[in-house]
Design a protein around this ligand. Structure first.
Ligand code: ARG
Length: 462
């Protein structure tokens, strides 16, 4: 493309090197901003009428042509040109081709610097709304499954060693809490994303009597990004998004690690749906948990994008620098990855089969009710440290006799402490143990059901 056809060609005599043209272009990845770019241009054109820069007729021509261009892009008939560098200049060049001189007036009082900042903010805001929707579906799935398995007993772990019996519903509600915090963080990030840089122009504002409030309101921004230098160079919102996305991915990597463990033969707590697993090309018996493994792995790329964006912005002088063009790919990939992983989690959790018998057997095998026995002795007047020691001896005895605590006879148990009586066996059962933790935030089935109800109210209130 010769300089005559470039929107900034005026001061140049030699054409751009072909490699440099490719190297500096962003159109291949920023074209996904086309809807936001057109929305921003329409708001800018409307404002230019109010500012006395465009006539109504000129604005109408611009808006009609922009609608046509949007149609062409959506239909896939638009011809993108790398020589036109980015989404903004591709659309503007087409506009001028369609309506001539009037098209050239659109960029009055605007720069690509405030334009691109506006586009990314709008894109991220739209994406956050879409992500919130998928998160809500996942939160809902967690509540439904927690309700369904409110009294399913499994071993709870510390150090991945059997610790105390818990209910599976309670475990799922722990995940619910993590995701609720993620949702909150996402909404918080939305507030700071949703500010309008439009009107900052290249860096210093413009000599035209623009109305920044008007464009901000038309585009649904909550406020104007006030200082023009900051408005064109701020990418905090993208960093904040990648940070909150990383934390959500981190949470999902923890859940997926558990799903992988639970679905292996050695645990055998759950079976993932066939539709979320794949086989092995050599070992006919294999059913691999690829989806949770991939989600676990994808944490790496999102946290990588966070570090990438922080490094991109570090030490950048005010105001806009071309470095900023590198903000898009990490941001877009973080959005896509988070959305896909959240979606996959909805299916994984909604369709898994929970194997209640092996879960209970595992809790039974691991002396999970040892603390309950110690607490029982305390209620009989034994000091906790002595009770702890005495139950430790009972556990060692049971290990030696290859049985569980509840399989010891009353006489055998009394060898360890005389205060033990018949009622000890209620305490030693798994159901007795979980039912006893019957307080706000505890694992008892009754508490899980209450927490599910509160969770539903919290979701409704959002
Ligand atoms: N493609 C550019 C970007 O993404 C648009 C802004 C370019 N501005 C400039 N002064 N070269 O950052």
């Amino acid at each position: 493309m010769s300089n005559d056809d470039k929107l900034w060609g005026g001061r140049f005599t030699a054409p751009t090197d072909a490699f440099v043209e490719e190297f500096t272009a962003s159109v291949n990845f920023d074209k996904r901003l086309y809807q936001q770019d057109i929305r921003g241009s329409i708001a800018h054109a409307n404002m230019l009428v109010a500012a006395g820069v465009l006539t109504n007729d000129e604005r109408d021509q611009i808006c009609t042509a922009l609608a046509q261009i949007e149609g062409e892009i959506t239909a896939g008939t638009f011809e993108w040109s790398v020589a036109l560098e980015d989404v903004h200049m591709n659309i503007e060049a087409r506009l001028t081709k369609l309506i001539g001189e009037t098209g050239k007036k659109l960029h009055t009082g605007r720069s690509r610097n405030d334009q691109v900042a506006t586009d990314i903010r709008l894109y991220l805001r739209d994406s956050i709304d879409e992500l919130t929707h998928v998160m809500d579906a996942l939160l809902d799935t967690l509540l439904n499954q927690a309700e369904r398995y409110n009294d399913t007993v499994m071993p709870g772990f510390t150090h991945l060693q059997t610790a105390q019996p818990i209910t599976f519903g309670h475990h799922l509600l722990a995940w619910f809490e993590m995701l609720m915090r993620d949702r909150e963080r996402l909404q918080d990030c939305r507030r700071r994303t949703n500010r309008s840089p439009l009107g900052a122009a290249a860096l210093a504002g413009t000599t035209f009597p623009i109305l920044r409030d008007q464009t901000a309101a038309e585009l649904g921004f909550e406020a104007v990004a006030e200082n023009s230098l900051d408005a064109v160079s701020d990418r905090d919102f993208a960093i904040e998004f990648c940070s909150t996305a990383s934390l959500t991915m981190l949470h999902m990597s923890r859940w997926c690690e558990e799903l992988v463990l639970w679905s292996c033969q050695q645990f055998n707590f759950i079976e993932l749906s066939d539709s979320y697993c794949t086989g092995s090309s050599i070992m006919p018996q294999k059913k691999n948990p690829d989806v949770p493994e991939l989600i676990r792995g994808k944490y790496g790329r999102v946290v990588g994008h966070l570090v990438g964006l922080m490094s991109l912005m570090k030490a950048q002088p005010l105001a806009y620098n071309k470095d900023n063009q590198e903000d898009k790919e990490p941001l877009f990939d973080s959005i896509d990855t988070l959305r896909d992983c959240l979606r996959a989690m909805v299916g994984l959790l909604g369709e898994m089969t929970v194997k209640e018998a092996p879960m209970a057997a595992a809790a039974e095998a691991g002396f999970a009710t040892a603390t309950d026995l110690a607490d029982y002795l305390v209620r009989k007047g034994v000091a906790f440290r002595d009770a702890h020691d005495c139950v430790g001896q009972a556990v060692a005895y049971a290990i030696g006799h290859n049985c569980s605590l509840s399989e010891l006879s009353l006489t055998q148990l009394q060898e360890f402490n005389q205060t033990i009586s018949d009622d000890v066996f209620d305490v030693l059962t798994l159901q007795g143990s979980v039912n006893a933790r019957n307080h706000f935030g505890g694992t008892a089935p009754a508490q899980v059901r209450l927490a599910v109800g509160r969770g539903r109210d919290r979701l409704k209130g959002l």
